[in-house]
Design a protein. Structure first.
Lengths: 139, 433
C-alpha cells in the first residue's frame, strides 16, 4: 500500500492497494487495484483518469505505452473518494533495470480540478522477473 | 523572478521546464507559421493571381497601332556585377471607349541576350496593327497577350501552401493535445512522434517487442535461417558515394564553364579560384569512397545462419558462421551481445547512445588462411540465459540482442559485423526453451 505523505494538506493524496502485496506480477496475470483519494478541504475533482502504463527511464527520451486507460467525468464517480479497477496484464514489455534504459510499469491515478489543474499519483509495480543488467564489460 | 521555460530539456533522469508553457510555445509557433502562410499567400494572390485573372476577364479587347518600339532594360545586382535582361516593348495607340489612348506594352518574356531581344523587336513593324486589351478602370494599362502562367502560379503558391499545411497541422496537433494528460495522449494517439527516432513495429500480442519478420524471410543453406547483417558501414559507403558523385558533378559543371571561357579567350579568375578548392574536395571525396569500398569488399562477406528464430530465454541454438575472402586472419571471434540503445536530444541535435551491457563469447579462431573460392565455416552453440531480458524497441529506446563477429585480417583493418536477433519472453508456465 502506498501513501504519499502531505503534512500541510494543501495537496490531494492517493492511496493505492495492489492485489499482490509484493507488487510483482507475471505476464498475462490479472491485476486488481483499489485506491482512496484524500482531498484537501474545499477541493472537488471534476474528472479522474486511471491507467496502467509502462514508460522508459534512463538516458533516452521517455517513451510511454498505455495498457489500460479510463477517464471518468461523471460528477458522482469523479467525486467518489474510493475506486478500483482490474485488468489482465500484457505479455510484454517486462520491467527492466538496465544501465541506460529502464522499463517501469505503474498505475497512475490523475485527478483534474477546476482551472485546468491536475494531480497525478504514480505507483510502480514489477512485471516479470528480469534481473538488473550488469555494468558494461561484465558477463 | 524565474521566467517559465517554454521547452522542456532532459537533464539526466529529470526534465526541466513546463509542459504547459511548452505547448503554448509550440501552438504559438505553428500559429505564426499559419499567419505567415496566409499573409504571404495573400500577397501573392493580390500581386500575381488577381492581376492575371483581371487581364483575362475584365480587360476590354481593342486593336492598337504600333507608333513606337524599344527595348526595356532591367538590371539586377550591384553596379559592378549587374545582370541585365531585355524585354521588347511597343508603344500602341488604341481606341479606349470614346477616346484614343496611347501606352507602352511589353511584348513577350524578358531575354538575357540583347541581340535576341533586338531580333524579336525587329519582327514588329511601325504602323502595324495588333490586337490588344486595356484596363477599363485605367485605360493607359494595356497588354498585347493574355493567358495564365500555371508554372508561376504553382511555384508562388508552393511556399505559402507549405507554411499553411505545416502550421495548420502543427496547430491542430497542439490543440488536440491541449489539456490532455500524457496517458490520454498516448491512449488516443495524440502523443507527438519524433521523426528522427528509430522505433520499430511491435510484434502482435507482444507490445514493445520488435517484429522479426525481416529476420526469418531468408532460408539458410545448412541451418534454417540466414540472418541479415546490420551494417552501418554500408550506409556510410552509400553516403560517401552520393557525396562524391554530386560534388564532382558540380565540379564538372564549373570546369566546363571555365574551359569554354578559356576557349573563348577569356579567363574568369573568380571561377578558377572557386574551381580549385572544389576540385580538391571532389578528389578527396573519390579517394575516401574508393578507400571505404576497398575496405568493405576486400575482407570478404560474412554470413551467419541460425537453427531457429526468434530465440527464447534458456534456449540453446546452433549457429553457422561462414567467412569469405582471401588472405590471412590473425583471429575471428563470435559473441552474443545485449546492447541498450537510447536516443535523446542535446540542444538541437538528436543523439543515440549504445552500450553493450552483456556479452557472451561463442567462439574464437586464430591463424586462419582463406583462399579464393572457399570460405571458412564453423559451427557454434548459442545459449540464451534463462533470466535474459527480451528484445525491446520503442521510439527512443531499445534493448537489442545481436550476434557479433569481430575479425582482424593481417593486411586490412579490423572489422565488426553484427547480426540482430530477437529474443521473446517466455510465456507464463512455459519451461525454459
Amino acid at each position: 500500500m502506498t501513501h504519499l505523505p502531505d503534512p500541510i494538506r494543501q495537496h490531494p493524496s492517493v492511496t493505492v492497494q495492489f492485489c499482490s502485496p509484493d507488487r510483482r506480477y507475471e505476464p498475462l496475470q490479472s491485476i486488481a487495484i483499489r485506491y482512496t483519494v484524500d482531498l484537501p478541504p474545499g477541493q472537488v475533482a471534476r474528472a479522474v483518469e486511471r491507467s496502467i502504463v509502462w514508460y522508459t527511464e534512463g538516458k533516452g527520451e521517455e517513451d510511454i505505452g498505455v495498457h489500460t486507460f479510463e477517464r471518468l467525468t461523471d460528477r458522482a464517480t469523479a467525486e467518489a473518494t474510493t475506486g478500483g479497477f482490474e485488468s489482465r496484464l500484457p505479455a510484454s514489455p517486462l520491467s527492466y533495470e538496465g544501465v541506460i534504459v529502464k522499463i517501469r510499469w505503474c498505475v497512475r491515478v490523475r485527478l483534474f480540478f477546476d482551472a485546468g489543474r491536475d494531480f497525478v499519483s504514480e505507483h510502480v509495480f514489477d512485471l516479470g522477473r528480469v534481473p538488473a543488467a550488469a555494468f558494461p564489460g561484465r558477463s | 523572478m524565474r521566467l517559465p521555460r517554454f521547452f522542456s530539456k532532459k537533464r539526466g533522469h529529470r526534465r526541466t521546464g513546463s509542459e504547459v508553457w511548452g505547448s503554448v510555445g509550440e501552438a504559438l509557433f505553428h500559429a505564426a507559421l499559419m499567419v505567415a502562410g496566409v499573409a504571404f499567400g495573400g500577397l501573392l494572390v493580390t500581386g500575381i493571381a488577381v492581376p492575371e485573372w483581371r487581364i483575362n476577364h475584365d480587360f476590354i479587347e481593342s486593336r492598337g497601332t504600333v507608333v513606337g518600339k524599344g527595348l526595356a532594360r532591367r538590371s539586377t545586382g550591384g553596379s559592378a556585377a549587374a545582370q541585365a535582361s531585355w524585354q521588347p516593348s511597343v508603344r500602341l495607340r488604341y481606341p479606349a471607349g470614346a477616346e484614343a489612348a496611347e501606352a507602352w506594352a511589353f511584348d513577350g518574356p524578358e531575354e538575357p541576350d540583347r541581340a535576341r531581344a533586338l531580333e524579336r523587336l525587329d519582327r514588329v513593324r511601325l504602323g502595324e496593327e495588333l490586337p490588344c486589351w486595356y484596363d477599363p478602370a485605367r485605360p493607359a494599362h494595356v497588354v498585347i497577350s493574355r493567358g495564365y502562367n500555371w508554372w508561376m502560379w504553382a511555384l508562388t503558391l508552393l511556399l505559402p501552401g507549405a507554411l499553411l499545411a505545416f502550421g495548420g497541422a502543427g496547430l491542430a496537433r497542439s490543440l488536440g493535445r491541449w489539456g490532455r494528460s500524457e496517458e490520454r495522449q498516448a491512449a488516443t494517439g495524440h502523443r507527438p512522434r519524433d521523426p528522427l527516432a528509430e522505433g520499430a513495429a511491435s510484434t502482435t500480442g507482444h507490445p514493445g517487442i520488435p517484429s522479426c519478420e525481416d529476420l526469418v524471410n531468408s532460408p539458410g543453406t545448412i541451418l534454417r535461417y540466414r540472418l541479415p547483417i546490420e551494417s552501418p558501414e554500408s550506409w556510410n559507403l552509400l553516403g560517401l558515394g552520393l557525396f562524391a558523385v554530386l560534388w564532382n558533378a558540380v565540379v564538372a559543371l564549373l570546369a566546363v564553364n571555365a574551359g569554354l571561357d578559356l576557349l573563348g579567350g577569356r579567363i574568369d579568375w573568380l571561377l578558377l579560384a572557386v574551381l580549385v578548392p572544389f576540385a580538391v574536395v571532389g578528389v578527396g571525396g573519390v579517394v575516401a569512397f574508393t578507400r571505404s569500398l576497398v575496405l568493405a569488399t576486400a575482407v570478404g562477406t560474412t554470413q551467419l545462419e541460425i537453427s531457429a528464430h526468434p530465440l527464447r530465454p534458456g534456449g540453446t541454438y546452433e549457429a553457422l558462421l561462414a567467412q569469405g575472402g582471401t588472405g590471412a586472419f590473425r583471429d575471428l571471434e563470435m559473441s552474443l551481445e545485449l546492447e541498450e540503445r537510447a536516443t535523446f536530444r542535446q540542444g538541437t541535435d538528436t543523439r543515440t547512445d549504445r552500450l553493450v551491457v552483456w556479452r557472451s563469447p561463442l567462439g574464437s579462431w586464430q591463424g586462419l588462411q582463406l583462399s579464393p573460392g572457399t570460405r571458412f565455416e564453423v559451427r557454434a552453440t548459442i545459449h540464451v540465459p534463462a533470466a535474459a531480458m527480451h528484445s525491446f524497441a520503442s521510439e527512443h529506446n531499445g534493448v537489442n540482442w545481436r550476434i557479433v563477429i569481430r575479425g582482424r585480417p593481417t593486411r586490412w583493418p579490423a572489422f565488426t559485423r553484427a547480426f540482430p536477433v530477437v529474443v521473446f519472453p517466455l510465456s507464463p508456465g512455459e519451461p525454459a526453451a
